[in-house]
Design a protein around this ligand. Structure first.
Ligand SMILES: NC(=O)c1ccc[n+]([C@@H]2O[C@H](COP(=O)([O-])OP(=O)(O)OC[C@H]3O[C@@H](n4cnc5c(N)ncnc54)[C@H](OP(=O)(O)O)[C@@H]3O)[C@@H](O)[C@H]2O)c1
Length: 344
């Protein structure tokens, strides 16, 4: 049946300016890292994307390696674009990235111009797109001159493969350098994509959040729910079918007893605010300045609806923030620390 998007979709979402750019992004964006590979039925992927768009989520985030197997998420999204969103391309912000291992040999990962440009071409082919809206360097490469990686992003934009450039998991110092190089080249850095949530606060410690504010670069916080830990899901153990039960990227050892003790307290605070814990976790990453949008993942449409509902209450009192700080203690869950901690 032909998909007709909800007529009231833009009334349901809040749109926030991305740094000092001309574009606004939805407060909640959808990522296709998990649940868009060959291990998930196509109908589920379609339902998740339709539900997102129906709730005003206009930004879909991909990368070359999302699957399994790598590339499968872009293939699936390309098929959904063709079947459902073909008349809505100009209402969507679609991103992809290159940086992690994608193909064999010396040109299949990291930050060379050779890898970034050819990977971008492959992503466009998989999605059936003429261009992506944002193309990212997925991780900092300590062995490639930053000028080369940023030069590749500049070329990707100038050649029409992408409208905007972004970086992911670069620390504050490297971000300053990258942003300056891109500025000199005449292709401003639109956005930074760091991991950030109540159990992973490196962007505060590192000064990245303040740096992005100062530089006028927008940001999209990935894993705002700590891969599902910041929901009620794990309060009574590890349920069958959950991400932690699948041996992918959320390992049972990450869900420690002290984390669960704090998450139970955070859940009580969310309830006192009339929100689910997922909604409060999203509102929390969006508080203050520095973060434009929260980049969630979902294994079912109901999760998208719950998360999009975060926009119903994005405000915090100072007492609430202080109480959250008591329990929002860092856990050993930042799988992307190598990129932001590496210096050359
Ligand atoms: N730049 C990078 O290096 C990088 C790295 C990682 C991710 N990302 C991006 O960030 C996106 C989001 O990452 P993520 O999926 O880890 O984010 P997340 O939002 O922290 O976790 C998503 C998971 O939480 C659970 N969930 C979501 N909403 C829920 C709700 N309302 N109630 C209960 N459970 C809920 C689901 O787990 P179950 O599957 O257990 O149901 C879902 O798969 C990725 O898709 C990708 O686009 C980028």
């Amino acid at each position: 049946m032909t998909y007709v998007p909800a007529a009231d979709r833009y009334e349901k979402m809040v749109y926030r300016r991305c740094g000092k750019s001309g574009v606004k992004l939805p407060a909640v964006s959808l990522g296709l890292w998990h649940n868009f590979g060959h291990d998930t039925p196509h109908d589920t992927k379609v339902d998740i994307c339709r539900t997102a768009f129906d709730h005003g989520i206009t930004h879909f985030d991909l990368a070359n390696n999302y699957g399994p197997p790598a590339g499968a998420a872009e293939h699936a999204f390309g098929s959904i674009l063709a079947s459902d969103f073909k008349n809505h391309r100009d209402e969507l912000m679609i991103s992809s990235k290159a940086g992690y291992e994608m193909w064999d040999g010396p040109y299949g990962e990291w930050g060379s111009r050779k890898y970034l440009v050819s990977s971008c071409d492959q992503s466009l082919k998989r999605m059936g797109l003429d261009y992506v809206d944002i193309f990212y360097s997925h991780r900092f490469d300590p062995d490639t001159p930053l000028e080369e990686t940023m030069g590749a992003l500049d070329y990707i934009v100038r050649s029409g493969r992408a409208l905007y450039a972004g970086i992911s998991s670069y620390n504050a110092e490297r971000t300053r350098e990258a942003v300056a190089i891109l500025k000199d080249l005449g292709t401003p850095c639109l956005i930074h994509q760091p991991s950030y949530n109540m159990l992973n606060r490196w962007v505060e410690r590192d000064g990245l959040k303040d740096t992005l504010n100062e530089l006028g670069v927008g940001s999209i916080a990935f894993t705002p729910l700590a891969q599902g830990m910041l929901t009620k899901k794990y309060l009574g153990g590890i349920p069958e079918g959950s991400r932690a039960s699948q041996g992918k990227s959320l390992f049972p050892s990450m869900i420690s007893d002290h984390a669960i003790k704090n998450i139970k307290k955070l859940n009580e605070i969310a309830e006192s605010r009339g929100q689910t814990l997922a909604q409060m976790a999203i509102a929390w990453v969006l508080r203050g300045g520095g973060i434009t949008t929260a980049l969630i993942g979902a294994s079912k449409p109901s999760q998208v609806i719950d998360c999009a509902g975060a926009v119903g209450n994005l405000a915090f009192t100072s007492d609430e923030l202080a109480l959250i700080d008591t329990y929002a203690n860092e856990e050993e869950i930042n799988l992307w620390a190598t990129s932001s901690e590496t210096t050359n």
